[in-house]
Design a protein around this ligand. Sequence first.
Ligand code: MG
Length: 158
Amino acid sequence: MFRIGFGYDAHRLVEGRPLILGGVGIPHTLGLLGHSDADVLTHAVMDALIGALGMGDIGRHFPDTDPAYKGADSLSMLRRVIEWVKRDGFGVNNVDATIVAEGPKLASYLPAMRKKLARVLDAPSNKINIKATTTEGMGFCGRQEGIAAYAMISLIGV
Ligand code: MG
């Protein structure tokens, strides 16, 4: 009773949108564009969980054509995925996630993201690791056209 999941997501940075990562609002001149709140970190974690359950991908369960998810709080979507994890007899063992963003500096917000995600994932916060990196100016993240996130998760039978 052990599963591993991997998730990836990216969203475009635009003016006039809030920047929300891991459920935490971060002051910035740009925010992420998307049908929901475009919380790219939470989406990567959701995709990893859905993958570990063998249930396809986030788009299958939360289609961006569905008005129910317009402007949706991604943490509430994550809560639904955790219900599926529990239904299948699993619990979150650990998460290791990386946000790829050239700016703003995220280090001071990582503890709050960790705490929020740990609460929803129903796991101790020392098992929820969230990192941030830049790409030293290279690629779409480096040019601040967008922010990407990667997440690895493991589930154990409970
Ligand atoms: Mg997304």
